[in-house]
Design a protein around this ligand. Structure first.
Ligand SMILES: [Zn+2]
Length: 191
């Protein structure tokens, strides 16, 4: 049974945001990615999924603080990757990591973007106290749903720390270069 003190902690705003952020990470990818299927011939799987990720990781300019585990994407995979962020807790959160499901047809820059997107999710779960500031900086309503602002955050992160390719996979407007520079200085100075 939870004590009153525990309930107070769980309902404190930073903790609520943390729990909400952790909760949506697993759901978030569903809205972002779909496997590229549809009757086309699958591209060849040259090398290994791990070697593809190693190559792509050289294009990611953020510090990679967590293990990145890669495997080929399976036909029924609806995600490009998932983030299993800290803090520690019941599995899978006791094993912080990024998992990437590599599309054989994805080039290194695209894969780097996918990896950086998941790393962005790892970052926004670290300290949720910034959330109101993030929403204001992005011109988003204070009541913006978690699955919207977390995708916005992860895409800003991916845009800043992977090769430019015009990719934008969030349900929010992509920031212009000046706004990106401002966001980088304010929120990602230690990334
Ligand atoms: Zn995402």
């Amino acid at each position: 049974m939870r004590s009153i003190a525990t309930l107070r902690i769980l309902s404190a705003p930073p903790v609520r945001w943390a729990l909400a952020a952790m909760g949506v990470v697993l759901l978030a990818g569903v809205f972002v990615t779909r496997p590229r299927e549809g009757g086309t011939v699958a591209p060849p799987r040259t090398g290994s999924a791990e070697s593809r990720c190693e190559e792509a990781l050289t294009l990611v300019t953020a510090e990679v603080r967590w293990p990145v585990r890669c495997r080929w994407r399976l036909p029924d995979d609806g995600l490009q990757g998932q983030a299993y962020p800290p803090p520690k807790g019941p599995p899978p959160y006791d094993d912080p990591r990024v998992e990437i499901y590599v599309d054989p047809g994805q080039d290194a820059a695209g894969l780097a973007h996918t990896i950086a997107h998941e790393l962005g999710h790892m970052h926004h779960t670290r300290d949720p106290r910034f959330v109101p500031e993030w929403l204001a900086a992005r011109g988003l309503d204070p009541g913006t749903r978690d699955e919207v602002w977390t995708e916005d955050y992860a895409e800003v992160f991916a845009t800043l720390f992977s090769p430019p390719a015009g990719r934008w996979r969030a349900p929010t407007p992509m920031p212009d270069p000046a706004a990106l520079a401002d966001l980088r200085a304010r929120f990602f100075a230690d990334a």
